[in-house]
Write a protein that binds this ligand. Structure first.
Ligand code: SAM
Length: 293
């Protein structure tokens, strides 16, 4: 549920008894695509804001937290990622982070709604500045079907940068989809999924992701929390699954010497994100704390 009262955009989380507001200067765009309602606002202090079906997706000011955490922990956990696939991620922010890794030879963004990308190009051009990179490939269609069709053993890292698990994204939080990811990945492959709020979803969505990834054959599963001020509770997470390799160890030296700029991610942040809050350890009884392995 959303409201726009007296110059404020408000996303109401009715069942949680909370709401999040940003003061806006004006609405820049609104349309109904084949898949969802898209809105863009200019805010007073967070730059531009993208809203899909009433849910805040990203702002200019704080998207780096999410995009860096969806990308760099997974890519520095894989030994040598060459082919990376992003499912969803139409705003191109994750693609931009992936292409910062010089070893990546090929990156695909598989987004169901081309309009998200077209609006990102117009209103978030800084997220799209790698779109002309010859390694970047775009497919506009359903990521679930794409994963069924992709050649087995052909991908190193899969990043599921999706909307919440409703509508077309529901099937991206499902055992069958993780099984297809498992088939698509080469040995040593990593899957990482945006996994909602630790505070709200540890015992529901996050636990289900752990169980389903394990059933699909990902022996090692780890949730990494990080801040995201504009999402419900301000606290978000991604969950990584390793095909045949623990995901709590990473290429720390390479991360420390990364030949590109980050604003949030560094090896200390990576270590910190691997340390599970106790309530998550208790709820996801499969967690091993760093140093306890
Ligand atoms: N950062 C956001 C969050 O956590 O809410 C996600 C941003 S990104 C814009 C999510 C994208 O996933 C949307 O553009 C949506 O169109 C896309 N999407 C949803 N279901 C999909 C599917 N089945 N295949 C491919 N893309 C999908």
């Amino acid at each position: 549920m959303t409201a726009l009262n007296e110059g404020w955009f408000t996303e109401v989380f009715q069942d949680k008894g909370t709401a999040f507001s940003l003061q806006v200067k004006r609405k820049l765009h609104e349309e109904q695509s084949q898949f969802q309602k898209l809105e863009i606002y200019e805010t007073e202090t967070f730059g531009n804001l993208m809203v899909l079906d009433g849910c805040v997706m990203l702002t200019t000011r704080d998207n780096f937290l999410y995009h860096e955490m969806m990308t760099h922990p997974a890519l520095f956990t894989h030994r040598d990622p060459k082919k990376v696939v992003i499912i969803g991620g139409g705003d191109c922010g994750t693609l931009r982070e992936v292409l910062k890794h010089p070893g990546v030879e090929e990156a695909w963004q598989v987004e169901i709604d081309e309009r998200v990308t077209r609006l990102a190009e117009k209103y978030f051009p800084e997220l799209c500045d790698a779109n002309d990179d010859p390694r970047a490939n775009f497919f506009f269609g359903d990521g679930i079907q794409w994963m069924r069709d992709v050649e087995p053993n052909s991908v190193d890292v899969i990043i599921i940068d999706s909307t919440d698990p409703v509508g077309p994204a529901e099937g991206l939080f499902a055992l069958d989809f993780y099984r297809d990811c498992m088939l698509a990945l080469r040995d040593g492959g990593i899957v990482v999924q945006q996994s909602e709020s630790p505070l709200l979803h540890t015992e529901t969505i996050i636990r289900d992701i752990h169980e389903d990834m394990k059933k699909a054959g990902f022996d090692h599963v780890q949730t990494l929390p990080f801040p995201q001020p504009v999402y419900p509770t301000g606290w978000w997470s991604c969950t990584m699954g390793g095909k045949d390799k623990p995901v709590k160890y990473f290429r720390e030296e390479d991360a420390a010497q990364r030949p590109f700029v980050t604003r949030y991610y560094n090896p200390g942040i990576h270590h910190g994100a691997l340390a599970m809050p106790q309530f998550m350890v208790d709820a996801l009884d499969d967690q091993v704390l760093p140093g306890e392995a």
